[in-house]
Design a protein around this ligand. Structure first.
Ligand SMILES: Cc1ncc(COP(=O)(O)O)c(C=O)c1O
Length: 301
């Protein structure tokens, strides 16, 4: 079922054969490709008129902040109108917060940025700080529907992972990681905006708290090399996902942001490129995109 639901064909669905048929994908609003909120909702109406009647739809599942899809952020109007549409037809609205949950966006959940609530929220990843744990939460009427013992699994309720999740929630609270995500994200965006002035290939910088994306007009510029994590249908978006406890002190920030921002700087012509001085040892880059070079210390803003 979930394989049918992912919107990314390669590498996830390729070679897996036929998928479950009763899953439809609708476009997500996107400024750069001109998909407005109206257009995104119109495509849903098209599905309702050509593929399945809305009365037969069990759920609309969306990510308030896309992951693999390109780190697009759902406009508030889109979320409100989706909620209204779901209510109109008795469809469940499910927010996938596997990637966006737990303080990354500056709030505990990305859905906390919106005026409306989903019926269910899926969570994992940061939930237990890397320990294997996923969870589903939602309206009591839905959660209680399966009856006692009706929802289970081999790893459900794993005590070690649950202890880790408690620790994660304590740290988010005690160290105010929501506010920290806001600060780190704002700092990174500021650096990237500066880099953008030197790199016309950057077409958009998107951020919600610490979830930050840089979209390039040329996919080759953003091509994955080393550990670079790209996303979007064209692979032309670089996504920044860093630990929520990353230091915010200026001195520590410099090394983090120089690493992150080097990717967004244009590379000088090959003959003007200087070799990395040997005393620097391994340069502070995790990745080496073709159109980027590491910054010298004096260049770090
Ligand atoms: C937003 C989002 N939803 C769902 C999943 C899949 O989660 P799981 O691996 O727990 O099935 C991922 C995994 O990367 C994800 O990023």
């Amino acid at each position: 079922m979930t394989l049918a639901m992912t919107g990314k064909v390669a590498p996830y669905k390729r070679d897996f054969g036929p998928m479950l048929a009763s899953v439809w994908h609708a476009p997500y609003p996107c400024r750069l490709t001109g998909i407005s909120v109206d257009a995104a909702l119109a495509s849903l109406q098209e599905i309702f008129s050509q593929a399945i009647t809305p009365q037969d739809v069990a759920a609309i599942v969306l990510k308030p902040v896309q992951g693999e899809g390109g780190f697009h952020i759902a406009p508030p109007e889109f979320m409100s109108r989706l909620r209204a549409l779901a209510d109109q037809y008795g469809i469940l609205l499910i927010a996938d917060e596997v990637q966006s949950g737990f303080a990354r966006t500056g709030k505990l959940f990305a859905m906390d940025h919106y005026a409306v609530r989903p019926d269910l929220i899926t969570m994992a990843k940061s939930l237990a700080g890397g320990m294997p744990l996923s969870a589903l939460s939602g309206r009591a009427a839905i959660m209680d529907a399966p009856g006692l013992g009706g929802l289970g699994g081999t790893y459900a309720g794993n005590p070690l992972s649950i202890a880790a999740a408690h620790a994660v929630l304590d740290v988010i609270d005690e160290e105010q990681l929501c506010a920290r995500a806001e600060r780190l994200g704002a700092q990174l965006v500021e650096h990237l905006e500066r880099a953008r002035q030197q790199n016309p290939a950057i077409s958009e910088i998107r951020a919600l708290g610490s979830i930050v994306a840089v979209e390039f007009s040329d996919a080759a510029v953003a091509m994955a090399q080393g550990l670079l994590l790209t996303c979007g249908p064209l692979g032309n978006v670089i996504r920044f996902l860093y630990p929520g406890r990353s230091p915010t002190r200026s001195s520590d920030r410099r090394s983090i942001f120089s690493t992150l921002c080097c990717v967004a700087r244009p590379q000088p012509a090959p003959d003007a490129r200087r070799p990395v001085p040997p005393e620097r040892g391994t340069p502070p880059v995790l990745f080496w995109p073709r159109a980027a070079r590491p910054l010298d210390a004096q260049e770090i803003p």
